[in-house]
Design a binder for this molecule. Structure first.
Ligand code: FNR
Length: 342
């Protein structure tokens, strides 16, 4: 469904930048597994019961979304399109959903906020606690409504395509805007191998924003996350860009949902490419899903309009899938609608 947009994006992008966006870690087993796991699922639809209007709206932390579909945080949008994150924010706002702004964005969060639309902010906690707290305060002041803390990145995944292409630095003129410190100097982003649960506790003292823990797969970690007071967990393997060989996210989802036991919402990203994928994730217990690469394809192909197109297409496809599966609302979806894996 999104393949034509991906092809248009590819044609427009510098091949090294396409590889940066499309690629994963290692042999890209997990990257492929995310999509394949959805393709292996088969649905068991109900009939004659979903009469009346359908309603996809979903509320998370007090924000109403047009559907249980958000834009995942991804780095360097100005590599994809000159309008960068501003275009992504406009597209997400037009589609009625949240953009999760990346810590590695090439546009400052204050400018992205001015584009309108609800934002969350994704944080890679830095070893410098003062700097980390300052970034969180910046995101709060800009109006971000949740803090998404990425915890699957104690080191960088090994990205073979980037190594092959020699893609190590942003082109002149582009920087990670959230790595600027008080002096205007732009720091290097640090993947902190010393990040532990105590830092999550510390962050809860730094901000009153809901904290979403992004990048867990193991049910024991989901339980710990709840014990440490997070407001949601996000089942993610970073789109196959960190631990190659990690389980596909939709395969990890049921055990996490079981462990969390409804105490906080469970979100999922990785491999969502059509309405049936979203439907399956929701039926298996996700409260909402996020999409990464498809939004980048829309952005590269057609800027804000392209982002909106991708999100509208996925939302409309979910609406159709709901009708065909005999459901009116996301809340109607139950695990029995996922029949089998083939
Ligand atoms: C990402 N992802 C990511 N995650 C994060 O927490 N901070 C980041 O800066 C980035 N950057 C990033 C760049 C690119 C190019 C990609 C493809 C991904 C991971 C992202 O949030 C999400 O987990 C995956 O993209 C979801 O998988 P799909 O939808 O791309 O299959």
């Amino acid at each position: 469904m999104l393949t034509e947009l991906a092809a248009r994006a590819r044609a427009r992008l510098d091949p090294a930048h396409w590889d940066f966006f499309a690629g994963g870690a290692g042999d890209e087993r997990t990257l492929r597994a995310n999509e394949e796991a959805f393709q292996r699922l088969r649905l068991l639809p109900r009939v004659l019961r979903a009469t009346g209007p359908r309603d996809l709206r979903t509320t998370l932390f007090g924000t109403e979304l047009s559907a249980p579909l958000l834009v995942a945080p991804t780095a360097f949008h100005r590599l994809a399109h000159p309008d960068g994150e501003l275009a992504t924010a406009r597209g997400a706002a037009a589609a009625g959903t949240v953009l999760v702004v990346s810590m590695a964005a090439t546009t400052p969060v204050e400018d992205i906020a001015a584009a309108g639309g609800p934002l969350w902010f994704q944080l890679y906690p830095q070893p410098d606690l003062e700097f980390t707290a300052a970034v969180v305060r910046r995101a709060e002041r800009a109006g971000c409504r949740a803090l998404v803390v990425t915890v699957d990145s104690p080191v960088f995944g090994r990205r073979e395509r980037d190594r092959r292409n020699g893609f190590t630095d942003l082109p002149a003129g582009l920087v990670c805007e959230h790595l600027r410190d008080g002096t205007g100097r732009v720091r290097d982003i640090v993947m902190d191998a010393d990040l532990g649960w105590e830092r999550i506790d510390w962050l809860r003292g730094v901000t009153g924003l809901p904290i979403v823990l992004k990048g867990l797969l193991h049910p024991a970690d989901a339980l710990l996350a709840v014990e440490h007071g997070v407001s949601a967990v996000l089942v993610s393997n970073h789109g196959g860009r960190q631990l190659d060989g990690a389980v596909a996210t939709v395969d990890a989802l049921p055990a996490v949902v079981k462990a969390v036991g409804g105490q906080v919402p469970v979100l999922l990203d990785g491999g969502i490419r059509c309405g049936a994928d979203i439907l399956a994730a929701l039926a298996l217990g996700a409260g909402a899903v996020l999409v990464g690469r498809p939004v980048l394809w829309g952005l590269a192909a057609a800027g804000a309009d392209g982002v909106r197109q991708v999100l509208d297409l996925l939302r409309e496809d979910l609406d159709r899938a709901l009708a065909l599966a005999g459901a009116r609302r996301p809340a109607d979806l139950t695990g029995d609608l996922v029949a089998a894996r083939c």
